[in-house]
Design a protein around this ligand. Structure first.
Ligand code: AMP
Length: 217
């Protein structure tokens, strides 16, 4: 099954994609993660996108479409692909359709995760991850059991995303409403859209997503 998780920054797309990877042998394709990896490893492309990402603006369609194309043609996904943070523009959505067709695959469903803006600010500005294993935490909703120590690996190094601050978040939300939210209508018109309430507890959202996937499998 190939699916898109669609929603504003902080809607929980990455978290829910993680569950699906663990449970269904699916492969998560997060353009945000790919771009952050390029930024950290200092590739030419990484250097080019670093400032754009930190400001919360979108990088060019050409770059992200290239990243997705590379994965679609090389990655082996027995359980299918989860597109997380891609597509984010109508041009990217058209390109994804064409790429899937080219590799003989189809899009099964698009799951829109609905969360209101006030919840997003809190979710995003409080989140941080373990610098060693990447486990996700939140200053208010999911603190490590022992202060300053990762529950998963015991590391004491934590990090915050450079764009998880109020200023960049404003730009990211604006980009979402201007460029990405038109995809809701786009996929609705194609008969692919399903919506879940992204505001509930993580397992409640996961169970709604399971129900949505069951409808199309
Ligand atoms: P994310 O991790 O999905 O929140 O993405 C972090 C940042 O990476 C975004 O704010 C953009 O600067 C960039 N980015 C990720 N995915 C895309 C995309 N599909 N199109 C354009 N920019 C993207």
């Amino acid at each position: 099954m190939n699916i898109i998780l669609l929603g504003p920054p902080g809607a929980g797309k990455g978290t829910q994609a993680g569950f699906l990877v663990a449970e269904r042998d699916m492969v998560q394709l997060s353009t945000g993660d790919m771009l952050r990896a390029a930024k950290t490893s200092g590739t030419e492309m990484g250097k080019k996108v670093a400032a754009v990402m930190d400001r919360g603006e979108l990088v060019t369609d050409e770059i992200v479409i290239g990243l997705i194309e590379e994965q679609l043609t090389t990655a082996d996904a027995a359980g299918g692909f989860i597109f997380d943070g891609f597509p984010r523009t109508l041009a990217q959505a058209d390109a994804l359709g064409a790429l899937l067709e080219k590799v003989g695959k189809k899009l099964d469903t698009v799951i829109e995760m609905r969360v209101d803006d006030s919840a997003l600010v809190k979710r995003i500005t409080g989140r941080f991850t373990c610098g060693n294993c990447g486990a996700g935490y939140h200053e208010e909703f999911k603190k490590p059991a022992k202060d300053g120590v990762c529950d998963e690996c015991g590391s004491t190094e934590f990090k915050k995303r450079a764009d998880d601050n109020e200023e960049s978040l404003k730009t990211r939300l604006m980009a979402y409403y201007k460029e990405t939210s038109p995809l809701i209508g786009y996929y609705y018109a194609k008969g692919k859209l399903q919506s879940v309430d992204g505001l509930g507890a993580m397992d409640a959202v996961a169970s709604d997503i399971t129900k949505a996937l069951d409808k199309v499998s």
